[in-house]
Design a protein around this ligand. Structure first.
Ligand code: G3H
Ligand code: 13P
Ligand code: ZN
Length: 283
């Protein structure tokens, strides 16, 4: 069933687990995620970036993901990941997305508040929930200094003011993760997470979670992370299998014999994450 992001995240917050939010660009990824969620009886979020919308076309993704969600025996939310403008957020809402992210994290605080508030006002009038981001992710080294941390990571007081001024439903925070493949293992600022969660008492989102130590993921969930974004690990699961098949048989050209096993491999990767996030059995 297709549900709102808010419904899924409130349940996770109340019950102390994290919902897996997985990025898709095609049918195989979508089917793999829904099949894994159904098998694990876990609520799930399927999300698309602006790059995915450009690649597949918003109408194709809308039709495919809404069909997958409606047929699913578990709650599924359709979420816009890292929306960069009011226009994209509204386009997704018009096409049936049940949750949107407006990412104004690269703007100065006041501008981030302004664009987020504009999206929140419009989205809430349509029953759609909104995620925003405060702080900077990406390119973060292991041995980051305290002053660099304070400049990049989410400031707890700013987070408080941001939520008060925007009315956002969930907040993505910067505590040491980055998008893509890490060179080493990232160190998370879990004390910062604890301070922010204890103050806000609302769903907190962790981006760039591929490659983060499982122990840190578990600790972060214990401290109040309720949505965990995974893209890279699923891309790797898919393409590793494609490479293996093509490497084993240079004559294979039937797409079903290449993309079918890749889909199975993504499903297995999603099941592993859902168990790690404590989401299995929660639907
Ligand atoms: O943050 C989200 C993704 O990992 C980047 O996705 O390449 O579709 O923009 P994209
Ligand atoms: P990874 O690609 O590092 O898993 O990050 C995913 C993400 O944050 C999507 O918004
Ligand atoms: Zn992200």
């Amino acid at each position: 069933m297709l549900v709102t992001g808010k419904e899924i995240l409130m349940h996770a917050d109340k019950n102390g687990y994290a919902v897996g939010a997985f990025n898709v660009v095609n049918m195989e990824m979508t089917q793999a995620i829904v099949a894994a969620a159904e098998e694990e009886k876990a609520p799930v979020i399927i999300q698309t970036t602006e790059g995915a919308l450009k690649y597949a076309g918003i109408e194709y993704l809308a039709a495919m993901i809404k069909l997958a969600a409606k047929k699913a025996s578990v709650p599924v939310a359709l979420h816009l990941d890292h929306g960069t403008s009011f226009k994209t957020a509204m386009n997704c809402i018009r096409n049936g997305w049940t949750s949107v992210m407006i990412d104004g994290s690269h703007f100065p605080f006041e501008e981030n508040v302004a664009v987020t508030k504009q999206v929140v006002d419009a989205a809430h009038s349509c029953g759609v929930s909104v995620e925003a981001e405060l702080g900077r992710l990406g390119g973060i080294e292991d041995n980051i200094s305290v002053s660099e941390k304070d400049a990049l990571f989410t400031d707890p007081q700013e987070a408080h003011d941001f939520v008060e001024q925007t009315g956002v439903d969930s907040l993505a925070i910067a505590i040491g993760t980055a998008h893509g493949k890490y060179k080493g293992v990232p160190k998370l600022d879990l004390d910062r997470l604890k301070t922010i969660k204890n103050d806000l008492k609302m769903p907190i989102v962790l981006h760039g979670a591929s490659g983060v130590a499982y122990d840190d993921i578990t600790k972060a969930i214990g401290l109040g992370v309720n949505k965990i974004n995974i893209d890279t690990d699923l891309r790797v699961a898919y393409t590793d299998k494609v490479r293996e098949i093509l490497g084993n048989d240079p004559d294979v050209f039937d797409l079903r014999k290449i993309c079918g096993p890749a889909r199975d491999n993504v499903k297995a990767a999603v099941i592993e994450k859902l168990r790690l996030f404590g989401a299995s059995g929660k639907a």
